[in-house]
Design a binder for this molecule. Structure first.
Ligand SMILES: CC(C)(COP(=O)(O)OP(=O)(O)OC[C@H]1O[C@@H](n2cnc3c(N)ncnc32)[C@H](O[C@H]2O[C@H](COP(=O)(O)OP(=O)(O)OP(=O)(O)O)[C@@H](O)[C@H]2O)[C@@H]1O)[C@@H](O)C(=O)NCCC(=O)NCCS
Ligand SMILES: Nc1ncnc2[nH]cnc12
Length: 318
């Protein structure tokens, strides 16, 4: 294993600049969308592919964390329904995952084909990434689902840089279908939820080629942009489209089927009012946020998939 390099580069330096002038929708002094271009400059050509993909993935995580106002989630306004997470912790976690994501892309390039050896290597690197996340956050699970989704997608892109978004997601799904012989049978929240309610979670979402992202998040992102929404509004709409359909085990763990129904129904209501860019949509969004705080519900799985959506949006057109 190569020594870990803790220095994110390239686009992330640019992010640090644009982030300061970025996108708290609650902040009336800042015009919505100011400083958040739909497309950032293309890859700095001197960067190795694995570094560039890790940059894009970490940037997607930071953009997801910063996006505001997200119902029930940590954002620039506060901690949402969480008592052990802050925005600073989300940023620290995202940055700590850069070496893991770079190593996953490098491994995919080195192995070169889909198969069990690649799955086993990604599993090992994923566990190292989880350890780095827990070390950076003092033991809080900020991004377990994101390591899983982005790890598979980064590896998929590293295997074929020409692939479009649908192909990337489908190939990531095929990697997820291979067994990881070293996977521990720890009784995760996701597995407990599956036993209790019979719903699939992060594993199945990946194995099916990320249908919540490909069929809902990305099309909504594009529809909202095409309708003239600012980039933050389009991203919020993409999150809501994912929330509306996802069996999010984070929601089910914290608030059961009542919480999941509130998340899905509330997200649909915002979208059917025209989305977060409309006054009526924003009223529904505020109502949904208050309801999720009361229910202790947090759509953490949907947040991870929004990061996957933002990654695909950029990586699909490299
Ligand atoms: C295969 C794994 C994904 C493990 O999956 P499993 O379901 O067994 O494990 P969990 O750790 O419970 O869940 C994984 C996280 O995935 C997110 N998620 C939930 N539902 C979905 C969904 N339908 N689709 C996609 N993603 C989903 C979710 O992440 C977010 O929730 C986190 C907080 O959750 P949690 O800790 O349960 O709850 P708290 O709110 O903190 O509750 P309290 O403790 O306060 O009560 C939040 O941080 C988001 O990240 C799920 O948590 C995979 O992880 C795995 O096998 N890993 C091993 C190594 C490996 O192979 N790595 C991959 C290499 S590519
Ligand atoms: N913004 C966020 N808030 C809470 N949990 C999350 N998991 C991933 N992103 C999150």
């Amino acid at each position: 294993m190569k020594a870990l390099d803790l220095q994110p580069r390239g686009l992330l330096r640019e992010h640090a600049r644009s982030h300061r002038e970025s996108d708290a929708l609650e902040d009336c002094a800042v015009p919505v969308g100011a400083g958040v271009p739909a497309k950032r400059p293309a890859q700095a050509t001197e960067l190795p592919l694995a570094d560039h993909l890790a940059d894009l993935a970490v940037e997607a995580l930071i953009d997801e964390a910063d996006l505001s106002p997200k119902p029930g989630l940590v954002d620039r306004r506060g901690n949402g329904a969480h008592h052990d997470m802050t925005l600073a912790l989300m940023h620290a976690s995202a940055l700590a995952l850069w070496p893991c994501l770079r190593n996953m892309a490098e491994a995919a390039q080195a192995i070169g084909t889909l198969g069990q050896p690649l799955r086993a290597t990604l599993g090992q690197l994923g566990r190292e990434g989880e350890a780095a996340m827990l070390a950076a956050t003092g033991g809080v699970n900020t991004h377990r689902g994101a390591i899983w989704a982005l790890g598979l997608l980064v590896a998929s892109k590293a295997l074929d840089t020409q692939a479009d978004t649908n192909t990337l997601a489908a190939r990531a799904g095929r990697i997820a279908l291979f067994d990881d012989p070293a996977m521990t049978t720890q009784d995760s929240h996701g597995l407990q939820v599956r036993r209790r309610y019979g719903t699939g979670g992060a594993r199945e979402q990946a194995q099916q080629g990320f249908p919540a992202v490909i069929g809902h998040g990305l099309p909504q992102l594009q529809r909202s942009r095409a309708a003239g929404a600012s980039e933050p509004h389009a991203r919020l709409d993409a999150l809501l489209a994912i929330m509306a359909v996802l069996n999010d085990t984070c929601v089910l763990w914290r608030s059961g089927p009542t919480g999941l129904a509130a998340v899905q129904h509330g997200a649909r209501s915002v979208l059917s009012e025209g989305g977060s860019a409309t006054l009526a949509g924003r009223r529904q969004l505020r109502r949904l946020d208050q309801q999720l705080l009361q229910l202790n519900a947090s759509p953490g799985g949907a947040a991870d998939l929004l990061a996957a959506c933002l990654f695909l949006d950029k990586a699909g057109s490299l």
